[in-house]
Ligand binder design. Structure first.
Ligand code: SR1
Ligand code: MG
Length: 417
């Protein structure tokens, strides 16, 4: 039966898995285990042996950070493992390798990523990584193309949708924390008191809430591709040469722009957060230029890879735009236009979801370290207000942000709002 595993239980579980135990080497008495959970919901451990290490993760029946008073379906580990299995053939080494999943204990063992660090913490320190933005762009392109109506027959897509539609309790968290809570008064909201007037203004802004509701409806209705569902900078581990996407427990079908928007939102959040860190001014300016560049790199990498995969896979069997209908020269030319429009629509979604995700990280429950490390709450609120002003402008005046340059140029303009 399911039970929450202690550290000793985890050692015993792993000792009973010859393949995994072989990675660690030596005897269980020689292994060490440490708690490395830094997200909000799961238990995560690193287990090291004489020859190597693994990462173990268990879905708890509650939100780890909050405690047992906030129950949450432990089967999220099943969806995380299913997401890793589904995408392994198409994203390869852009994700860690799944080594074991126990459906009774909701227990995952995966490759230990070393010497990788969590991207969010590294960005706060002002570190830069040359490959991460293009890697994440390519990851989202591959994951979304190959799970969409472009990349698979609808029968396969419907099977995937049926599987991931079971991930209801995690989808409920996304719907509530991202799309509802920032615009209502609810016990879980965590913003600093200095932002009360901003929160009130957002709660009373019907135009803004309408823009959010349109995207909320699209998030639930547009089952375009399999999403990671929580692709922020805490869900990416990096080195200079390597990037890996982790933590797919929020996986669900939805609009491709949702994952892109999540990553962009967290780059923008870090851009605004930088104003609150004690840092040499020249270093801060350089880091901020790098962050804005990464938004462009991410988008360009996604766009180029998505179109490349589409062009390279005319026989993928997708029922969306069957290659047979566009085989003659006129059809091929039209298909090129269709592809451009398809990615342009994703960009429009990206921009809106990025704005919504900036707002949720400031006015809702799951706050992010980029802002939390600013101990002076007055200063934190000033920095957050700039980000809120930017996000509100993006949502209320979408025509102004249809092109990438306008979106990037606007970010610095809201400093000092
Ligand atoms: C209950 S708090 C859960 C939040 O943390 C995760 O990172 C997701 O963003 C989620 O909304
Ligand atoms: Mg997570």
């Amino acid at each position: 039966a399911y039970r929450v595993l202690s550290q000793a239980d985890i050692i015993a579980e792993i000792a009973a898995l010859p393949g995994v135990a072989g990675i660690l080497g030596g005897k269980p008495s020689e292994w060490s285990i440490r708690d490395v959970a830094d997200g909000y919901i799961n238990a995560v451990f690193i287990i090291d042996g004489p020859d190597g290490g693994v990462c173990a993760k268990q879905g708890l029946p509650y939100v780890r950070y909050h405690g047992e008073s906030w129950p949450l379906d432990e089967t999220r580990a099943f969806y995380e493992a299913s997401y890793m299995r589904r995408l392994e053939p198409v994203v390869g080494r852009l994700a860690p390798k799944l080594l074991h999943f126990d459906p009774v204990l909701q227990f995952i063992v995966m490759e230990k990523l070393s010497p990788h660090v969590v991207l969010r913490g590294a960005l706060i320190e002002g570190r830069t990584f040359p490959k991460v933005a293009s890697d994440i762009g390519r990851y989202i392109a591959a994951a979304s193309f190959h799970t969409s109506d472009l990349g698979v027959p609808f029968e396969r897509k419907f099977d995937d949708i049926a599987l991931f539609s079971g991930n209801k309790s995690l989808l409920r968290i996304s719907v509530d924390l991202i799309f509802t809570d920032p615009y209502v008064e609810v016990w879980r909201n965590r913003f600093v008191p200095e932002l009360s007037a901003w929160a009130k203004a957002f709660r009373e802004d019907t135009e803004l809430k309408t823009a959010v509701a349109i995207r909320r409806n699209a998030f639930l209705s547009n089952r375009q591709a399999l999403l990671h569902g929580d692709l922020h900078s805490g869900s990416v581990m990096v080195t200079e040469e390597d990037s890996r996407v982790i933590d797919g427990e929020f996986s669900t079908f939805g609009p491709i722009g949702f994952d892109l928007g999540a990553f962009v939102a967290n780059l923008v959040i870090n851009w605004y957060g930088q104003a609150g860190y004690a840092r040499d001014e020249a270093e801060r300016a350089a880091h901020r230029i790098w962050l804005l560049d990464q938004i462009a790199v991410l988008w360009n990498a996604f766009r180029a890879e998505f179109i490349r995969i589409w062009e390279a896979n005319p026989d993928a069997g997708g029922d969306g735009y069957p290659a047979a209908h566009f085989a003659d020269p006129a059809g091929r030319a039209r298909l090129a236009t269709i592809r451009e429009q398809y990615v342009a629509d994703i960009f429009e979604d990206l921009v809106a979801f990025a704005a919504i995700k900036i707002i949720r990280r400031i006015l809702s429950y799951a706050q992010v370290a980029d802002f939390l490390v600013i101990e002076d709450t007055q200063r934190r609120a000033e920095v957050q207000a700039n980000a809120l002003a930017f996000a509100r402008a993006v949502l209320k005046d979408p025509a102004r942000f249809r092109d990438f340059g306008a979106f990037l140029d606007a970010i610095p303009r809201f400093e000092g709002t």
